[in-house]
Design a protein around this ligand. Structure first.
Ligand code: HEM
Length: 531
């Protein structure tokens, strides 16, 4: 009997895996899509690259080897063309967010960013849109200004000046951008800053890193062969176990969010109309919004979920782009000179640098630098996975049946040579029409139409205007008052020949792929402007 079990079980398992392999290779609807052999029959290659943090590079490499359409999992195909991007992410696409989004959720009713069902998402999004108006962007900009001015003071505070000509200690810009973005978001969301940029102990300061650490682990699980089990087990008890083993700092963070939400609801309920309309934070708007069908306000639980979404979606994304910005401008003399000249000749004083102002809009080179950072160092480097629905969906001229996971790798799209020519070079000029360089308005429009860092369609980034304004304000106000430089030999965040394919170039800022981008450095110095 014992012998027969020891023979039967492995035989059955072998038979199962063999038949699945044959099915995946020859009979699966994606059987004819090119891709690495092992990716056609298992999730292990994607899992391996997720653990290594270079899944975005692997996708880019696969496109170079196999073409515009690649099979990266037995049931997943990724595309490089603009047409495919339009087909997958447009409002009418017969797709929904892939089920893997559900594995990220921490509340029973997922927040807008994790809602998979298109109709449920559309309803939540309509409500959220009510909080992202021109007025809220204006208020967000005023928070960005207050925090930036304090941040600049801290970057060059007297006791941290280490050279005779006024240069500061080395500043790790991944940390410093996390500090400012997190503090701004605390104010934008709750009217209550996290104050992590201020010196002295603060348990919240560990949070940006912990959120990323969480993402690294979770991303690997989501790419693993265990993902379906995880999605199934989370609501059935796995969530409780994960909560029990979560690090204490993460609990402090959730407590902070919950407490801030409860406090703000109380304030909103107890204050007069005049006091309420004097408030400028997102909560003021979120407390006012109404569900278009039930006409009910958000419940406290929903508010907590949305608050968490705003803080996570708005922090690491913006911090990645700004970290890349400091890396590239401190290492590209001509870019730096042109950028600083534009800022210092456009504004007569730092007070003129405000959100929405004509002068800020006129800084074409500032916006070009931001666009170039969004391209070369995206905040979410791999695909935003979508699943085809009943009846299937046609992508780039080819029909795919229901249940296929599809998407476009954003890092690979930004490095498409056919579109960008020299995609590995940091060259903001590609976004500035000019007779001298031969770049036309049509060229710029073509580039912008072929790359979408904030996505397009129903799930596009609701915070795009806030993010763009915030980044422009931080950049302009900082470079109006300070000089910045890199230091020879301090290469944190740079590529290196020892780092392997896609990471060898020392002039390139490196990101690791954990659904969001994980990054380190650069280390730079600041001083009060000399001219
Ligand atoms: C450089 C900065 C940013 C980038 C590159 C970015 C990019 C994106 C992308 C690509 C998505 C789509 C995600 C998906 O469908 O899975 C998204 C969604 C979202 N973003 Fe952003 N984002 C940025 C900043 C912000 C900021 C500052 C906020 C808020 C203050 C924000 C709030 C959101 C929210 C709430 C969603 C979910 C929208 C929905 O599901 O309908 N983002 N973002």
């Amino acid at each position: 009997m014992a012998l027969s079990i020891s023979v039967t079980v492995p035989t059955l398992l072998f038979g199962y895996f063999l038949s699945r392999t044959i099915y995946n290779l020859f009979f699966h609807p994606l059987a004819k899509i090119p891709g690495p052999f092992f990716a056609k029959i298992s999730r292990f290659p994607g899992f391996y690259h997720a653990i290594k943090g270079d899944r975005h590079l692997w996708i880019w490499q696969c496109h170079q080897i196999y073409g515009d359409k690649i099979r990266v999992q037995p049931n997943q195909v990724l595309f490089l063309s603009q047409q495919a991007h339009r087909d997958i992410y447009n409002y009418k696409a017969n797709v929904r967010r892939a089920k893997t989004y559900e594995a990220w959720k921490t509340t029973e009713d997922p927040n807008t960013g994790l809602t998979v069902d298109p109709a449920a998402h559309a309803r939540k999004r309509k409500v959220l849109n009510q909080a992202f108006t021109g007025e809220s962007v204006k208020h967000a900009a005023s928070f960005a200004i207050e925090h930036t001015d304090r941040w600049i003071d801290l970057l060059v505070k007297d006791e941290d000046i280490v050279t005779e000509d006024g240069w500061s200690k080395l500043r790790n810009m991944s940390d410093w951008t996390n500090y400012i973005i997190f503090d701004i978001l605390g104010d934008i969301c709750f009217g209550r800053s996290f104050e992590i940029k201020e010196p002295g102990p603060n348990p919240i300061r560990a949070i940006p890193d912990l959120v990323l650490h969480n993402a690294v682990i979770f991303y690997a699980i989501l790419q693993s062969p265990l993902v379906e089990f995880v999605v199934w087990a989370k609501p059935k008890g796995l969530d409780n176990i994960l909560n029990m083993i979560a690090p204490p700092e993460l609990k402090t963070y959730y407590d902070f969010i919950n407490d801030s939400v409860a406090r703000r609801i109380k304030e909103e309920n107890e204050s007069t109309e005049d006091e309420r309309s004097a408030r400028r934070d997102m909560f003021h708007y979120l407390c006012k919004v109404r569900d278009p069908i039930t006409a009910k306000p958000y419940s406290e639980d929903t508010l907590k979920g949305e608050a968490l979404l705003l803080v996570v979606a708005g922090s690491d994304t913006t911090s990645t782009i700004l970290s890349a910005f400091w890396f590239y401008i401190s290492r590209n003399k001509s870019v730096y000179t042109r950028l600083v000249n534009e800022i210092r000749s456009t504004f007569a004083s730092s007070d003129e640098i405000v959100g929405g102002a004509q002068k800020l809009q006129s800084c074409t080179y500032v916006w070009a630098c931001i666009d170039e950072c969004l391209r070369i160092s995206p905040a979410g480097p791999s695909e935003l996975a979508r699943e085809t629905l009943s009846g299937g969906h046609t992508i780039d001229g080819e029909h795919f049946p229901a249940g296929i996971v599809v998407g476009c790798g954003i890092y690979a799209m930004g490095r498409n040579e056919e579109i960008f020519g020299d995609p590995t070079r940091f060259r903001p000029e590609r976004y500035v029409p000019s007779e001298a360089t031969g770049v036309t308005v049509e060229d710029v429009n073509r580039l912008k139409a072929s790359y979408h860092p904030f996505l397009t369609g129903p799930t596009n980034c609701v915070g795009k205007n806030i993010a763009m304004t915030e980044m422009a304000l931080i950049i302009c106000r900082t470079l109006f008052r300070l000089d910045v430089r890199s230091v020879v030999g301090e290469d944190l965040g740079a590529g290196h020949p020892s780092l392997g394919w896609g990471r060898r170039d020392r002039s390139q800022y490196q990101i690791a792929d954990a659904f969001v981008s994980v990054h380190k450095g650069p280390l730079v110095q600041f001083r009060k402007r000399s001219v």
